[in-house]
Design a protein around this ligand. Structure first.
Ligand code: ATP
Ligand code: MG
Length: 574
């Protein structure tokens, strides 16, 4: 692979429309180019990295006993209607009609197709368990495609599906995939964490997300500073707190709070801390409105409320509903005298001894409110998002918040699809039963972006060697001489012969330009061939990450790079 012949259009400047570092660097390194919003072409370097991730994933899936298949991207609406998702899946599902006026969609995921495939050919418990996977392009018409490969509309995913006859089997399949995912991301050389994730209100299901740790991550990971508890923000549990000793015997008092509707405004105006306020949020779901009480300094977790109520969707109620339910305008809702709706309250509300709440009247709040006596709560529960410093739900430790990027997701589905789509098998007693399913995704293209978010510096990408488009780059420098060219050629061949994919920078460029490009595209090892060292039979080996340079005898260079690679792998493992 000679650089003079490869299409590697590197850019000196950051492209204007790229916000995150991985997007900027992949464009600058000439790995990808945008075709249109959320849709990218992979140039040779990008394609090589993609194939490397795919290969690691493939090897670990095969080793775990999963079988590779390749499913169609265009899917008929009938299957999606059977599963019920034709109506439930939002605008991310790209729908269209073919020339015969048949409704189709582009696959954002393949539960329907795989369930249909398996139900046709698998009839007996003897054919189970089964674990099938594919590595394929997915299409999701994301509302805000952004950050390059991080959130594309068209992207590469490994999706796998397991089918089992028993619960125990399904749980074992889940654990096997969990282990395989850990191996995949460890082999990629990434710092990652598996966290408990929300699996919605489906019974018997659970899920974990695999997060690459990076400050720039969109997701927040909640973990304990002393035990192994880790969950994503939606799922992270908070501990119930003890009810406060009542301090107020008197009835709540009305106070005037003209124009003060936010927690900040009210707490400043009344000179109380936000922890003393109770926010009363009126939410709407398909089952009608509900009120949720949250301590002023906490954030509502819509997912937790949704799961508790077992509803598909929940959102803040509009003005009209708020007025109907509370009798007052937005910003002044409160629980006292609220008798037209169910009232849910977060545990922390109990810990407030004398609270400030909305008065259900314009410009009015109530003070001296005792949650234990002044209003009805139908159910106390965990309805808020965790915050840094919260007590761990499992031990005496404290919770800490870190940022991460979701690169993988394992999900025990249970019988959701097999029941809806009638994927049944005959058990040993001849009884017909639904197969128990799991689904497992890896964002193959997102993994490259995540690797770059985690590993870069001001000069460019620092690829972990397993994901680098090339392991090494040979860079002849100085005035053109046949001696240097011959040595470069020899080193280049030696490295390939030793099994390392190597790039030869044979361009007629100044050393500075060559070095800059090599750093930008993040090749782990650079071997510089220059006149001075060569006179002693040596070449320079530079480690992209450590930026250290050592002189190596030309005949030993392939061995030394190999040793360096092994050293890298053992450092990552430890
Ligand atoms: P997100 O929460 O980031 O939107 P998701 O939970 O909807 O993702 P899954 O259905 O779990 O995604 O898909 C499996 C994996 O595919 C994800 O873990 C992620 O790595 C990857 N992925 C999902 N959406 C995208 C996207 N728009 N662009 C790139 N990769 C994606
Ligand atoms: Mg997910």
């Amino acid at each position: 692979m000679r650089m003079s012949k490869l299409l590697i259009p590197t850019l000196k400047e950051d492209p204007a429309d790229a916000e995150v570092v991985s997007h900027k660097l992949m464009l600058r390194a000439g790995m990808i180019r945008k075709l249109t919003a959320g849709i990218y072409s992979y140039l040779p370097l990008g394609c090589r990295s993609l194939r490397k991730v795919e290969q690691i994933v493939r090897e670990e899936m095969d080793a775990a006993g999963a079988q590779e298949v390749f499913l169609p991207m265009v899917q008929p609406s009938e299957l999606w209607k059977e599963s019920g998702r034709w109506d439930l899946y939002g605008a991310e599902l790209l729908r269209f009609k073919d020339r015969h006026d048949r409704e189709c969609c582009l696959g954002p995921t393949h539960e329907e197709v795989i369930t249909d495939l398996v139900r046709r050919d698998v009839r007996s418990y003897r054919d189970l368990p089964l674990n099938l996977y594919q590595i394929q392009t997915k299409f999701r018409d994301e509302i805000r495609p952004r950050f390059g490969l991080m959130r594309g509309r068209e992207f590469m995913m490994k999706d796998g599906y397991s089918f089992d006859a028993t619960e125990e089997g399904a749980e074992e399949a889940y654990r096997t995939m969990w282990d395989a995912y850990s191996k995949v991301f460890a082999r990629c050389g990434l710092k990652f964490r598996a966290v408990e994730a929300d699996s919605g209100p489906i019974g018997g299901s659970f899920s974990h997300e695999f997060m690459v740790l990076a400050q720039t991550g969109e997701d927040t990971i909640v973990s304990c500073d002393s035990c192994s508890y880790a969950a994503n923000m939606e799922k992270a549990e908070t501990r119930p707190c003890e009810p406060a000793e009542a301090q107020v015997e008197s009835a709540p008092k009305k106070v005037s709070t003209p124009g003060m509707s936010t927690v900040e405004q009210v707490s400043q105006f009344l000179r109380v801390s936000p922890e003393q306020l109770i926010k009363t949020m009126i939410l709407s779901s398909e089952n009608g409105p509900v009120a949720v009480l949250i301590r002023g300094d906490h954030d509502l977790s819509p997912v937790k409320v949704k799961n508790y109520l077992k509803v598909a969707d929940i959102e803040l109620a509009d003005q009209r509903v708020i007025e109907e339910v509370t009798g007052g305008p937005l910003g002044f809702s409160g629980p006292v005298g609220l008798d037209r709706v169910t009232i849910l309250a977060d545990h922390a509300v109990r810990g407030i001894s004398s609270a400030v709440v909305g008065g259900n009247e314009k410009d009015v709040h109530l003070v001296d409110v005792n949650p234990a006596a002044a209003f009805r709560v139908d159910h106390y529960g965990d309805f808020r998002s965790a915050v840094e410093g919260d007590p761990c739900p499992r031990c005496e430790g404290k919770l800490i918040l870190t940022k991460g990027i979701e690169v993988g997701h394992v999900f025990k589905l249970g019988v959701k699809y097999s029941e809806a789509m009638n994927a049944k098998f005959l058990d040993a007693e001849g009884q017909e039963r639904p197969m128990i399913m799991g689904c497992y995704g890896i964002g193959v293209s997102r993994t490259i972006a995540a690797a770059i978010e985690q590993n870069h510096d001001e000069d460019g990408i620092i690829f972990p060697p397993p994901l680098a488009p090339f392991t090494a780059i040979v860079t002849p420098v100085g005035a053109k001489s046949s001696e240097i060219d011959l040595a470069a050629e020899q080193v280049y061949r030696d490295l390939w012969a030793a099994g390392m994919d190597t790039l030869l920078d044979d361009r007629d460029e100044r050393p500075g330009v060559k070095f800059k490009d090599a750093d930008l595209i993040g090749i782990p090892f650079r071997i510089t061939i220059g006149k001075k060292a060569l006179a002693q039979g040596k070449v320079e080996l530079r480690n992209r990450k450590k930026k250290e340079i050592e002189l190596v005898e030309i005949s030993k260079i392939a061995d030394v790079v190999k040793e360096e690679l092994e050293k890298w792998a053992s450092e990552v493992r430890s």
